[in-house]
Design a protein around this ligand. Sequence first.
Ligand code: SF4
Length: 368
Amino acid sequence: MTSPASKIELLRLTQAEWSERLDSPDRARAMARWIFSDEARALAHDDAPDSAAPDSITSTTPLSLSLPASIPAVSHRVLDRWRESLDFHVPRCRSRQRSSDGTIKYALAVGSGANIESVLIPARGRSTLCVSSQVGCTRHCAFCATARLGFRRNLRAEEIVGQFWRARHDAPQSSPLRNIVFMGMGEPLDNLDEVLRAIAILTQQPEPQLSARNITVSTSGVLPGMVRLLSESRVNLALSLNATTDETRRHLMPQTAQWPIGALLDLLRHDAQTNPGRDVFIEMVLFDSVNDSEDDARRLIDLLQGVNARVNLIAHNAFDGSPFRPTTSERLQRFKDIVLNAGIRCLTRVPRGQEIAAACGQLALRHA
Ligand code: SF4
C-alpha cells in the first residue's frame, strides 16, 4: 500500500513524467486529455452558486476526485496499477463573485487551511486568468492589500495549474481562456521552481497547450529570480517598477530595495539582445504626488533607453487602509503623453473587477 505522503498529484506531472510512469507517450497524451476534459471537470461539483458568495469560508480542504474506471488509450490494467499512488485534488471553490464587467473572482481552498484568490478577466476574443503563486506574499509592498496577509507558504505547481483547471470552463465560448498572468497573490520569483513546473504543464501538448507567449510572469524586481526565469523560460515578463528613483522605490517596495533600478533594467537590456521575441512590460502604479509628476515621466524615459518594453500605467486601486491615494486622471494622462511623445509604447491599464476587489493590488481574501 502506498503511503499518502508519496502519492502523486495528477495536475503536477509533465508529459515526460507521465510517459515514464505509464510506459508510453500515447498513454501520457490520453491522460492529459482526460485530466483537462469536460468529463474530469464534471466530477468537481462543489462550486458555490455564482450569485451567492458565502459570508465566510469554513472548509479549507481541496476537492478530491476519483479516477474513472478507464481512460481511452489507458487500459484498466495500467490504471489499476497506478490508482493507489495517484491523487487528484483540485482547489475547492469557496466563492465565485462576478463583477458587472464580467470579471470573476474566485476564492479557492488549497489545503492545509490555506485560501487564495484568482481572477478570470474575459475580453473580446480571449480571456485571461490572473493566478496566485503564494498564500500571502513574501514581499511587503506598501501599496498592496495582499501584503497585509503576511506570508504563509508557497503554492505547489498543481495548485497553480488547479486555478486554471477551475476557471477555464467559466470563460465565454467566444473568449477562451488562453492567457495567464502571474499577477495574483504572491511574488512568483520567490517560488520559481514551482512556477516553472506549472508553466511547463500549462504549455504542454496535447493539453492544455497554452503558448509561452501568452503567459506573463510579474515580479516586484527579484533580480536573481529574473536572471533565472529569463534564461530558462520564453514567457513574457512584467517588472513592477513603480518608481523612477531608488529612494522612492525603497519607500514603496522596501523588500526589493537591494536590487537597484539600474541593475534591473540592465538585465532587461541584455535579455532584449538574446531573446528579442519576448514581451516585456514596465508596470507603473501611479500614486498621487508620489511618483506621478512630469519629472517622474522624464526620468522614466531616460531609464528606459535601450530597454525594449511597453509601459503600463495603472492608477492605484485603493483599498481600506491604503496609505496612498490614486493619481488623478489628468496627471495620468499628462504622464502618458510625455512617455508617448518620447516614442515609448505606453498604455493605461483599465482596472477590471474593482467593485469586487479583484483589481491589481486588491487581492486580500476580503470575504474570508
Ligand atoms: S505587489 Fe506583488 S510582490 Fe508586492 S506585496 Fe503585493 S503581491 Fe507581493
